[in-house]
Every structure is written in structure tokens, then in C-alpha cells.
Design a protein around this ligand. Sequence first.
Ligand code: GDD
Ligand code: MN
Length: 378
Amino acid sequence: MQYEAGSIGTTAMTGVTRAAELTVVVPTFNEHDNVAPLIELLASALEGVDWEVIFVDDDSADGTAAAVREIAQRDPRVRCLQRIGRRGLSTACIEGVLASSAPFVAVMDADLQHDERLLPRMLETLRSETCDLVVGSRYIAGGRVGDWEGRRAGISSLATRLSRLICRTDIADPMSGFFMLRREVFDRAVRRLSGQGFKILLDLLASSPGQPRLKELPYEFRRRRHGTSKLDTLVAWEFGMLLADKLVGHLLPVRFALFTVIGAVGLGVHLAVLRAALAVPTVNFTKAQAIATVVAMTSNFFLNNLFTYRDQRLRGLRLLRGLLSFYLICAVGAVGNVGIAAYVFAADHVWWLAGIAGAVVGSVWNYAVSSVFTWRRR
Ligand code: GDD
Ligand code: MN
């Protein structure tokens, strides 16, 4: 069958509703009870706008995705993108935006904490002004964080100050999870996004080539009505990793840097244990060195499990298996270390150069192989 020029816009498309001008991307994890109320609020706030909403759900156990699809059966403006075996607020937002074709895209939380009544003003601002990105801000005149307890407010303000280090833009609320942008802004940054953690806006600002023209609109952060916040120590860790990645990530991978720092701590542990063991009269040097080596490897393993690979932390039986594989990998690394050092020393007799060469080869080996076998991604 052949289409005549222009037929897509006329006959072939009759009966099709207008494409969305605005997509609202909503990441969800166990937000079952918030889905229906949010859709109702969106529908009344966005009266007169061609909008759609994409819920990106990470396979919530409470049936969030089913709740979305149930409404989507009746309302074609509602869509569900369900991800299996994945977690992550940032990547959920990124994939939601990628699933949209609209010229304007907003990101907001499902828990009704972000004020949907701001959306029409955000859209109006993007349509009418020379501006690429509108951010819902808690920290400019007229904005508020609602009834946060002191600790959370303190953490947020510290994190906000740290964030300004990497986002090159003068913005009051770089941690906001509520914003709207032209899709070209997203398209220009998408391949550089780190996708790490909770802070998608911060990631966008730090990854955009050139500075997006930005405007902040105040809103009051509301109280969560159903469900619980997913903010925890892992989120804090991911935030640190995002900051580090944007600060030094172009020099060396952040995980490798952490692994090396922990390796240096391990050296300290090794020397301390060695000295303590040598103080025991029955222990000779070889035995003391062996004890120190095992203790240092063990502490390295647990520190790496806690810090370097917090997002893939091993527990239970996996922890034991991981520890054994780590011993094995480090043992091979040590043989390589000594072998390379001996080889370099034989060649030019500079002891410190030989020592460094061995240590570098050993730690790169340990890092590369343990990242594949000990902390493999599931
Ligand atoms: N798909 C998916 N995957 N969604 C997630 C995940 C995840 O791993 N973790 C959280 N979410 C969803 C939640 O269901 C919610 O809709 C939204 O992301 C925000 O999660 P909350 O747990 O409610 O975060 P918060 O209220 O502590 O912090 C939010 O607001 C802050 C202020 O705007 C976040 O958006 C922060 O990034 C933001 O700074
Ligand atoms: Mn929330």
C-alpha cells in the first residue's frame, strides 16, 4: 500500500487524538495509594493542555504498576513503564523521558509532595520565555520545605551547598526533584548523564554542555500522605558518588579511587597487626606477616563491601562466598605484584620504582577481577 504525500496528517490519522505537548514523568517505588489521587490532581491542574503521564515503576511489590495500568485502560493519557530487576530514581526518570515524544517534559514525585498546580506555570514559562528549564524551588522567596524536622532540613541544606560545587549554575535548589524542560536540553545531556542515585536534576545540570537557561519558581514541599520515603544511607552514598564522579570522574573512575584509598587503609592495618603480632614471643616474622596479610585482606573486603560497592552490598551466604573469592583474587594479585617488582628490579635496580610497579599491577588486578567476580552485578 502506498501513502500519498500528506496522508499521514489527514486520512491515516483520522480518529487519533492529539499528541501530547507535555509528558509528566513520575518515578514510582511502592506508591500504590498515590497513583489515582495524583492522576486526578494532574487532570484538573492541566485542564486545556495536551498532556500525558508516564509512571516508571521498578516492579513495586505493592502493585503500583497494576494500579497504573488499570487506570490506563480507561484513560489513554496514562502510561506505565515497568522495569524488572532494576532500581534507581535517576535512571527511572531518564528512561521515562526517553519514552516520551513530547516537546516539553516534566519530572515529579508520585507522593503528592510536589505541587502539581505549578505545572501550568512551568509550561507557560517554557512556551513564552527564552528559557530551557524551569525548576520548582523550595529555597527561593515563596518556597518552603513544609514541616520537615530539623535534621532533614540540615542535611538538605548541606547537600545543596555541596551540589553547587558541581553544577556550575547559580541555582537555589539544585536537589529539586520537580522540574520541566525542553526535550532538546535533555537530548544534549543524555549521553553524559551519570544516572547515579536520586539527583536527576543535579546530574542534568552537571552534564549539560553549556548552561541551560534556567528559571526557578517557588512552591511549598508538601507532606507525604501515603507510603514512606526511600531516602536512606544508600541514597546518601549515591549522592557522594555522583559528586565525586562529576568532580574527578574524568581523571579516574570513582570506584577505583575508593578501592585504592581502602587499599592504603589496608596497608596501615597490615603494619599495625604485624607490629602487634611480632610483640608475641612465640610468633616469628613469617607467621606474623601471614596473620597481618589475612587481617588486612579481610578488612579491605569489608570496607569495600560497605563503601565501594554499597549499591551491590553482599550479605549472608553471598558475603561468605565473596570473601573467599576476594582472598583468592588478592593472592593471585600478590604473586603478580612480587613477580612484576622482581622483574623491574632485575632490569634497572631502582628499588622504589620496582616496588611501585608491583603495587600498581597488583591493585589494578585486584580491582578489575574483584569487580567482575566478587561484586558482579546481578
Ligand atoms: N522507579 C523508581 N525507582 N522510583 C523511585 C525509586 C526507585 O528506585 N526510589 C524512589 N522512587 C520514587 C518514589 O516512589 C517517589 O515517587 C519519588 O521517587 C521520590 O522518592 P521519595 O522517597 O519520596 O523521596 P523524597 O521525598 O525523600 O525526596 C524527593 O524530593 C526531594 C525534593 O524535591 C526526591 O525527588 C529528591 O530527589 C528531591 O530532592
Ligand atoms: Mn517524597
